[in-house]
Design a protein around this ligand. Structure first.
Ligand code: BGC
Length: 746
């Protein structure tokens, strides 16, 4: 680690020698839902943590999951990690981390529980919206600047959930079996980079088991890989309630036990550990090692030591944060389809002048009399006005504000626009399922509870849904018929993109498919906007002329979407994951190894995401790295320069040949033509986002180092490159590349 940690070690020794065993124990377990115990007599403060990736979570009392409900914990609501990854812009990852770190510090936190960087192994994982990508390279290159941005504020990032935590079904106990090569090539690179390149100060382990052992008890993950191989000297925090034993866990490198219950003295690392040390079952040195890591963190954060006065104060809800969040949202939105419309030319962007124009039409109701009326815009769909910040599980936050798509549109078009709204699809009201808060109950098996489909309540509910769905659909269609422009905003919400539960299928809920088909029949120029945290099947996608994808992009989502609709901003987002046509196309559907309760075998191995679709030659609906813009780019003069030592320099001239300024993501994939083990068709190994004015041309240069050509060799237990022929693919998405051969020699 590059950190100047050595300078603290003598002071840490000094403090350790003064701490009693009881005091040490108080520092290594939760003594409030989000904090540890202070040792006031030695000036050691409590360590205060908070969720979560999209902003700093609201305040909770120490011993209750019911928020305090004061007005001082509203915060800036930033992009979910999937939205951030869709920008393919590492500078924005840094800025997002910086905003989050500054807000966390402003709220008096020492550790922010993010980023979540688990790999999106299956589109149905309920927490995918919190994660970045199906690809380890994209994940690691976004996570590293993010972590640096957070930690610049004297706040610790806490990268999570280590490791192989890729489903919510039975998340507290499911055993994940993954072969060594897959572990090293797919599931660990993000964590390794977070430690070695990002210098992350804290890491959260995962609930699940790994190769038969709870992650909290896995010496393999925590000691052998994390501490010994990667030389991690930061803090390992348990996920909330992920510890299951005293001695076994205390003998791993897990430093801090946190949980969701209020019996703090009974935590495994509380009285039981005190006892175990007293009776010689666990050595005091193991406790010291944990306290040492926590003290080191406190020095790094300037919580103790001679730099306490220099600790940054942070700030929250600043205009600057809101601007940065807007900037990120602008780049996070992905244009999936833009076809010729009825009047000729591409459907998007919409013409703002037309949207607020008045026109003379025959008014049939008034015997053909001519009337002068506004252009009518129908905005249809619950996500047009639904606010998402307060949902999702531990990622929930109290956003200072959230601009919905409907509000964004109204704000931009003003009082001259005639905008009507219909919810379009019916969402049944939520019955209060739990008397207790979900997080409090989260250690129990089925957090969200499964209803019995044959119960009278469920039968009545289905009837209610069918009736209302019809009513809502008719209302929406009537509105669409009267309108000149129809904009549909649907997708998912945090009833689906949620912690603790995976989705049952990849279909759009609430009858949206039928509604979209109807709207497109009424107005073939209907613009469809999907706001969601994970892919859905879109069987109607080839029938719509304009399709925009928007992950949960934060408090300015509506502003950014409107700017894109109106062409004030040129879309430049790219999918950080593949959107299969149907769920049945996924590797995990085929092998049946997702969402199982007991053991999940990662039988697809390294063939996750596009690595699977390319190998099986399955054409997805939208491929990894895909996204359109309102301008056109050309790529010329692709050149490769290969040096000894396995370094290849790739360069290409990118020109904006359209009429609008915009950005393109130059993506570089590597394929190994001949190898002693099976390799993917190609793998992302470099990318660069380039911004160009109309007519402007820039040469983009990317360097591929040795790692870009390597695979994990299970025999030598290290990454290995075999000298020989490779192919370099350069393009604008994984399915639109030009390829060139190159010889790589070591
Ligand atoms: C989640 C973590 C979160 C923690 C604290 C757990 O349920 O898995 O991601 O940080 O709760 O709220």
């Amino acid at each position: 680690m590059k950190d100047k940690s050595q300078i603290y070690e003598a002071q840490i020794d000094e403090l350790l020698s003064q701490l009693t065993l009881e005091e040490k124990i108080g520092m290594i377990h939760g003594n409030g839902l989000f904090r540890t115990k202070a040792v006031e007599r030695l000036g050691i403060p409590r360590l205060v943590t908070s969720d979560g990736p999209m902003g700093v979570r609201m305040e909770f009392p120490d011993d209750s999951w019911y928020p305090i409900n004061k007005s001082d914990d509203y915060v800036s609501y930033g992009p979910s990690n999937s939205a951030l990854a869709a920008t393919w812009n590492t500078e924005l990852a840094y800025e997002t981390g910086k905003v989050l770190g500054e807000e966390a510090r402003g709220r008096g936190k020492d550790m922010i529980l993010g980023p979540g960087i688990n790999i999106k192994r299956d589109p149905l994982c309920g927490r995918n919206f919190e994660y970045m990508s199906e690809d380890p390279y994209l994940t690691q290159t976004m996570a590293v600047p993010y972590i640096k941005g957070v930690q610049e504020n004297d706040v610790s990032a806490c990268v999570k959930h280590y490791a192989v935590n890729n489903q919510e079904t039975n998340r507290m106990a499911v055993d994940t079996l993954v072969d060594e090569r897959t572990l090293r090539e797919i599931y660990l690179p993000g964590f390794k980079a977070a430690v070695q390149e990002g210098g992350v100060y804290s890491l959260m382990d995962a609930y699940n088991k790994f190769r038969g052992k709870y992650c909290s008890e896995s010496k393999e993950l925590l000691d052998d890989i994390l501490r010994d191989e990667w030389k991690y000297d930061g803090v390992v925090v348990s996920d909330w309630g992920a510890v299951h034993s005293t001695k076994e866990t205390a003998e791993t490198s897990l430093d801090l036990e946190m949980s969701v219950t209020y019996n703090f003295d009974e935590y495994f690392y509380a009285n039981p550990l005190l006892e175990a040390v007293r009776n010689g079952e666990v050595s005091e040195e193991s406790v010291d090692a944990k306290v040492r890591n926590i003290l080191r963190l406190m020095f790094r954060l300037k919580m103790i030591g001679d730099k306490v006065d220099e600790r940054k104060p942070g700030a929250y809800n600043t205009r600057e944060h809101q601007d940065k969040i807007l900037n990120t949202a602008r780049e996070a939105i992905v244009l999936l389809r833009n076809e010729e419309c009825t009047e000729g030319g591409k459907l998007l962007p919409l013409d703002q002048k037309k949207l607020v124009s008045r026109k003379t039409v025959n008014d049939l109701a008034a015997d053909g009399a001519k009337v002068n009326r506004c252009h009518k815009i129908a905005v249809i769909g619950h996500n047009a006005e639904h606010l998402h910040a307060g949902g999702g599980g531990s990622a929930e936050i109290k956003a200072l504000y959230e601009i919905s798509p409907l509000m964004g549109l109204k704000m931009a078009l003003g009082g001259n626009a005639d905008i009507s709204y219909a919810q379009g699809y019916y969402i049944p009201g939520k019955k209060s399922v739990n008397e207790v808060n979900w997080q409090e109950a989260s250690l129990e098996r089925q957090v969200m509870g499964q209803e019995n489909p044959d119960s009278p309540e469920q039968i009545a509910l289905r009837k209610e849904i069918a009736e209302n769905r019809k009513k809502f659909l008719e209302e929406a269609c009537a509105l669409a018929k009267e309108a000149d422009t129809v904009i549909f905003v649907g997708g998912l919400n945090h009833d689906y993109d949620v912690e603790g539960r995976d989705r049952a299928d990849m279909k759009l809920p609430y009858g949206q498919d039928e509604l979209i088909e109807e709207l497109v029949k009424i107005n073939p120029d209907t613009v469809v906007i999907m706001v969601a945290g994970s892919p859905v099947e879109m069987p109607w996608r080839d029938k719509v002329r304009g399709l925009i994808w928007c992950y949960y992009a934060g408090m300015e989502t509506g502003t950014a979407l409107t700017e894109i609709l109106l062409g004030k901003v040129n879309p430049s987002g790219k999918l950080p994951e593949t959107f299969p046509v149907v769920y049945e196309d996924t590797a995990t559907y085929k092998n049946g190894q997702f969402g199982r309760e007991d053991v999940v075998e990662y039988q697809e191995g390294i063939f996750v995401g596009y690595r699977h679709y390319e190998k099986e030659e399955i054409k997805p609906a939208y491929s990894f790295g895909y996204g359109l813009t309102y301008t056109d780019f050309t790529f010329d003069n692709l050149t490769l320069m290969s040096e000894m030592g396995g370094i290849v320099t790739v360069s290409v001239d990118v020109r904006n040949v359209g009429t609008m300024a915009g950005a393109e993501v130059v993506q570089c994939y590597v394929a190994d033509c001949e190898c002693s083990v099976e390799r993917p068709v190609k793998e992302l190994k470099a990318y660069s986002k380039v911004f160009l004015q109309p007519g402007e041309c820039k040469t983009v240069t990317m360097t591929l180092n040795r790692e870009a050509f390597a695979f994990y060799d299970v025999v030598s237990r290290e990454f290995k490159v075999e000298t020989g022929e490779f192919e370099i693919y350069v393009g604008t998405s994984s399915d639109k590349c030009e390829k060139m051969p190159v010889r790589v020699s070591l």
